[in-house]
Design a protein around this ligand. Sequence first.
Ligand SMILES: C[S@@+](CC[C@H](N)C(=O)[O-])C[C@H]1O[C@@H](n2cnc3c(N)ncnc32)[C@H](O)[C@@H]1O
Length: 213
Amino acid sequence: MSKKHWEDVYQTKPTDQVSWYQEQDQKSLELIQRLRDKHKLDLTVQIIDVGSGASVFIDQLLELGFKHIHVLDLSQTALGKTQTRLREKNLHAEQITWLVEDICTVMLPANYFDLWHDRAVFHFMVSAEQQQQYISNLKTSLKKGGHLIMSNFAEDGPTQCSGLTIQRYSIEELQEKLGADFHLMHFEHDIHLTPWGSEQKFLHSVWAYQPNS
Ligand SMILES: C[S@@+](CC[C@H](N)C(=O)[O-])C[C@H]1O[C@@H](n2cnc3c(N)ncnc32)[C@H](O)[C@@H]1O
């Protein structure tokens, strides 16, 4: 059902007419820059953007010079839109691995990614099973010492996104959900304006993955 929902969205709506559209993903850029400045995040690291949709985040990563980018989404149409846009901008998409997969059930390589980026995706995991599957995949495929950037609706944010019920988070609730292996490095709140001017309160957070075992 979920895959069909997202395919329908991307097939019927222009990229800039979905509530989560951004001309630039300014906040993610800032958070990546923090990691580059403070933790020497190298341009050769393996980055995955889960639930990437048709986001310009990928263009930004290429423009910054990141070499190994993995783009995952349920919707082939969404990834096709990104591919077309990158071609039009003459950005080199051959540096990218494209994965049309469900982040809950996909088999990702173990201990592989240096950075996992998620903007407005984990909050769609509303059942305990989905949350557990997502976090299990995250913990399996993120390297020890790797980083997670996650942006979701804040505790006082909207209760729905794309017509679907979502799970809102305070930073304490997110910490509890992710577990003690994730060490909070930074968080902040801000407001996203939809293309039609509605306000959406977001919680942005950066985590270091440091499991004990
Ligand atoms: C609100 S959009 C955000 C898109 C993008 N991250 C951005 O910020 O523009 C949520 C995205 O998550 C994708 N998605 C939802 N559930 C997913 C799942 N289980 N596995 C992979 N992608 C999923 C949808 O197809 C959609 O592109």
